[in-house]
Design a protein around this ligand. Structure first.
Ligand code: GCW
Length: 682
C-alpha cells in the first residue's frame, strides 16, 4: 500500500521460506555493537529493524557470554586487538569510507564482523549486509571489501524556498522551511537512511537558480537543523551560493570577486556557516548561465569567481562545485560547443578544492547524448559528473525509464584522452589524472509525494544513481536486480521479466522521442511531450528547430568538420569517428550530421523510413512493457501494481503521441509516405 511505496528499497519484507529463515537465524543469533556514536546507534537500529522484519525474530545483544554466531559491528579502533590483527590485510585494502564484512572463525567460534575505518563505513557495511539478506544471498563465509570509488556522491535538489521544485515531478520540496528548525519530520530521517543505504554522502538542499536568502541567519538556523539530523547517516549538507548574495543580503554595492569587501563578506559567511555546521560540505554555483549572476558581470572569469569562494571555505575543508553548464544566445553557432570553449582555457587555474561540474552531455539531459567533450579535456582540473535523475526531458515521473542504463552508457564512453580505454568513469573517479577531489552529482527526483519520486519505478533511478556513484563500473543490470528484489520480491517469475522491461525502457524512450541522434524536440518551456515545431521562445537555441534543422533536403545538426565542427572538441580518435558519417554510430547520427531523407542507413533503409520505423519500434516497446507488467498481478501488492499499470497505460498513449506528432511534422519536409509497418496516425 502507500506504506510500501514509502519504504523505497528498504522494505525488509518478511521471508516466507522456512528453510531460508532457519539458515539465516543459525548464523545470526546476536548483535554485538562496539561503540556508542550516533552513527553506530543508527546502524544498530537499522540492523535490528531489518533483521526482525525479514526473519521474524528480534535479534538482540547476547545476554550470556556465548560469543558465537554474532554480528559484530564497530570501527577499526574499537575492535579487540586480535580482530584488528586478523583483519590487517583487509584494512590495508579498504579506503576511508569503505567497509569490510567478514566471517571470522577463531577458537571454534564463528562471527560476522562488519567494520571499516570510521563509523559511517560501518553503517554502509550494515546496509550492505542487510541487502544480502534482502536479495536472498548466502551469508556463510563472507569476505567482502567494498570501497567507494568517488569521494563526493551527492544529490542536487533544485528546490526553491517557497516549496516548489524546478523540474520536480514528485510533489513539493521535502524541506518544510516553515516548521524548521524545531520540527524534524520523520521524512528527513528516512531520506537520510535511504541515501546512506546506497552510499550517497552529500546533498545540496536548494536550487542552482539560487535565492540568496538561504544564506541569511534565519535560514541557516534551519539548514543547521537538517544538517544535524543527517549527520549520523554520513550525509553532509551543501548549499548553492547565489553569486550576487553580497549585494542582496550583504548590503554591498558589488559582488565583484576581486573586490576586498566581497572577498571578506564570503569569508565571514563561510565562518558563520561552519560555526553552525562543522561538517558543512561547501557550495554549488551556477554562474553566468541562463541569466544567473556571476563573475562575468564584473568582467571577471569563472576562475576568479570559483577561486574566491574556494578560498572562503578552504580553511574549513569545504569545496566549491562550479558548474560548466554555460551557453549564451550571443554565440548562436552551436550551443554544444560553448562549455568546452569557455572552460578548457582555464585548465590548471582552479584551486584544489574546486571541482568543475559537467553535465553528462553538451546540450541538456536528453534521452541520449554523446558524452560531454569536457570529460578528459582538463587534465589539471577536478571534474565531476552531473546526471539528471529527475526526468525533465524523459516524460517526467509519468514515463517508466530506467536511467542507470543511460548513466552506464555515458560512464563507459571512451574519451581516448591519454590513450584508448580512458573512459568517462576513469575521468571522474580520478584514476586517469589523479585528481585531488572526485565527485558525481544527480539532480534529485525526490519530492513530498508519498512514494518520494512520483513514479514507483523512478525510485530505481535514485537507487541506481547512488550505486553508480559508489562504483561507476557496476552493471546497471545488477543494480536493477538488487532494486527489484529489495523493493518488490525475490520471485524470479517477477524479477526476470520486469528486469528485462526496465533494461529495455531507456532505448524505448529514445526510440519514441528522439531516435538516431535527434534531440531537444520536446515542447518548449516545460519539455513534456513532442514539439519539434517552432516554439514560442525568444532565444534561438531554445527552439527545437535549432536542433533538428529539418528541411526538404534533410534533417540533423551538422557538427562535423563541414558544419559547426563541434567534433573537434573530442580527442582525435573520437573526433574522427563522429566526423565520418560512415563510422559515426547510428544512435548519434543526427546529432553530428545533416543528412538527406534518402540517405541509406546501414540496414539499407532510407533515413526517412528508418526514422519512422524507430518511432514505431519505441511504441511497440512500450506496448511490450505494458504487456509484461500486466502479467505481474499475482506477484506484488495490488496498489503498486495498479499504480504502475495506469502509468504504463499513459506512457503507451504518449509514445504514440510522440510518434504521430514527430512523423506528421517531419513528413511536411520529407514529402514521403510512411513505410510499411508504421501505424498511421489516428
Ligand atoms: O535543463 C535546464 C533546465 C533548467 C535548469 C538548467 C540548469 C536549474 O531546463 O530548469 O535550471 O538546465 O541545469 O541550470
Amino acid at each position: 500500500t502507500a506504506q510500501k511505496d514509502y519504504k523505497l528499497w528498504l522494505q525488509y519484507e518478511s521471508k516466507t521460506d522456512r528453510e531460508i529463515i532457519t539458515k539465516y537465524l543459525n548464523t545470526i543469533q546476536g548483535i554485538e555493537i562496539l561503540g556508542s556514536s550516533e552513527t553506530l546507534k543508527v546502524a544498530l537500529a537499522e540492523l535490528e529493524l531489518g533483521l526482525e522484519n525479514m526473519l521474524g525474530k528480534k535479534i538482540t545483544h547476547p545476554t550470556d557470554n556465548e560469543q558465537n554466531n554474532l554480528i559484530v559491528i564497530g570501527n577499526k579502533s574499537s575492535l579487540p586487538l586480535t580482530l584488528q590483527e586478523n583483519l590487517k590485510s583487509e584494512f590495508e585494502k579498504v579506503s576511508k569510507d569503505g567497509f569490510i564484512i567478514k566471517t571470522i572463525t577463531s577458537k571454534g567460534k564463528k562471527n560476522i564482523v562488519i567494520t571499516g575505518k570510521n563509523d559511517v563505513a560501518v553503517l554502509y557495511g550494515v546496509f550492505n549486509f542487510l541487502r544480502l539478506i534482502q536479495t536472498n544471498k548466502s551469508i556463510e563465509n563472507l569476505n567482502i571489501i567494498d570501497s567507494p570509488k568517488i569521494d563526493v556522491r551527492i544529490l542536487n535538489h533544485w528546490d526553491n524556498l517557497d516549496g516548489t521544485i524546478e523540474r520536480g515531478y514528485a510533489g513539493f520540496s521535502l524541506w518544510n522551511w516553515h516548521k524548521l528548525p524545531d520540527f524534524i519530520d520523520q521524512r528527513y530521517i528516512d531520506y537520510a537512511r535511504a541515501n546512506a543505504s546506497i552510499g550517497i554522502n552529500g546533498t545540496v538542499l536548494n536550487n542552482v537558480n539560487a535565492n540568496a536568502l538561504i544564506l541569511t541567519p534565519q535560514y541557516l538556523e534551519k539548514v543547521q537543523a537538517l544538517a544535524t539530523a543527517f549527520r549520523p547517516y554520513g550525509l553532509k549538507v551543501y548549499l548553492t551560493a547565489r553569486f550576487s548574495a553580497p549585494i542582496e543580503i550583504g548590503g554591498l554595492k558589488t559582488a565583484d570577486p576581486l573586490n576586498a569587501d566581497v572577498i571578506n563578506w564570503w569569508k565571514n559567511k563561510a565562518a558563520e556557516i561552519y560555526a553552525r555546521i562543522p561538517n558543512f560540505g561547501g557550495f554549488l554555483v551556477k554562474a553566468n548561465s541562463e541569466g544567473q549572476p556571476g563573475p562575468q558581470n564584473y568582467n571577471r572569469n569563472h576562475v576568479d569567481g570559483a577561486n574566491m569562494l574556494a578560498d572562503a571555505v578552504a580553511p574549513f575543508g569545504g569545496i566549491v562545485m562550479w558548474r560548466a553548464f554555460v551557453y549564451s544566445e550571443h554565440d548562436a553557432d552551436d550551443r554544444a560547443k560553448q562549455a568546452y570553449s569557455e572552460f578548457v582555457p582555464y585548465d590548471g587555474k582552479f584551486r584544489d578544492n574546486v571541482i568543475v561540474q559537467v553535465k553528462n552531455g553538451a546540450i541538456d539531459f536528453q534521452p541520449r547524448e554523446p558524452f560531454h567533450p569536457l570529460f578528459g579535456a582538463m587534465p589539471k582540473t577536478n571534474t565531476m559528473m552531473e546526471f539528471q535523475i529527475t526526468q525533465e526531458y524523459l516524460g517526467f515521473s509519468t514515463h517508466l525509464v530506467y536511467l542507470p542504463k543511460l548513466y552506464q552508457e555515458v560512464l563507459e564512453s571512451d574519451t581516448y584522452r591519454k590513450s584508448k580505454g580512458a573512459t568517462v568513469a576513469k575521468v571522474i573517479d580520478g584514476s586517469l589524472y589523479n585528481n585531488k577531489i572526485t565527485g558525481i552529482a544527480g539532480v534529485a527526483n525526490i519530492g513530498n509525494d508519498l512514494n518520494w519520486t512520483g513514479h514507483p519505478f523512478a525510485q530505481a533511478n535514485w537507487y541506481g544513481f547512488g550505486r553508480l556513484a559508489w562504483n561507476p563500473y557496476l552493471d546497471s543490470e545488477i543494480i536493477a536486480d538488487e532494486w527489484l528484489k529489495s523493493t518488490f520480491s525475490n520471485d524470479e517469475n517477477f524479477v526476470k521479466p520486469v528486469k528485462e522491461m526496465m533494461l529495455q525502457s531507456r532505448e524505448a524512450v529514445v526510440n519514441y522521442m528522439t531516435p538516431l541522434g535527434l534531440h531537444h524536440i520536446m515542447d518548449t518551456g516545460h519539455h513534456y511531450g513532442p514539439g519539434p515545431w517552432v516554439g514560442n521562445l525568444s532565444r534561438p537555441e531554445w527552439n527545437p528547430t535549432y536542433y533538428h534543422k529539418a528541411d526538404t533536403k534533410g534533417i540533423g545538426f551538422d557538427r562535423s568538420k563541414t558544419g559547426s565542427n563541434a567534433t573537434a572538441q573530442y580527442a582525435p580518435e573520437v573526433a574522427k569517428l563522429f566526423d565520418d558519417v560512415t563510422t559515426c554510430p547510428e544512435k548519434d547520427l543526427l546529432w553530428f550530421h545533416h543528412l538527406s531523407w534518402d540517405y541509406k542507413l546501414k540496414n539499407g533503409q532510407s533515413l526517412w523510413d528508418g526514422i519512422a520505423l524507430k518511432y514505431q519500434e519505441g511504441v511497440d516497446e512500450v506496448a511490450s512493457m505494458n504487456a509484461t507488467w500486466n502479467k505481474m498481478t499475482n506477484y506484488i501488492d495490488k496498489e503498486r501494481f495498479k499504480e504502475v499499470q495506469m502509468l504504463l497505460n499513459i506512457q503507451n498513449k504518449e509514445a504514440k503521441w510522440w510518434r504521430d506528432a514527430c512523423l506528421l511534422y517531419f513528413q511536411q519536409f520529407s514529402g514521403k509516405e510512411l513505410p510499411k509497418g508504421v501505424e498511421k496516425p489516428t
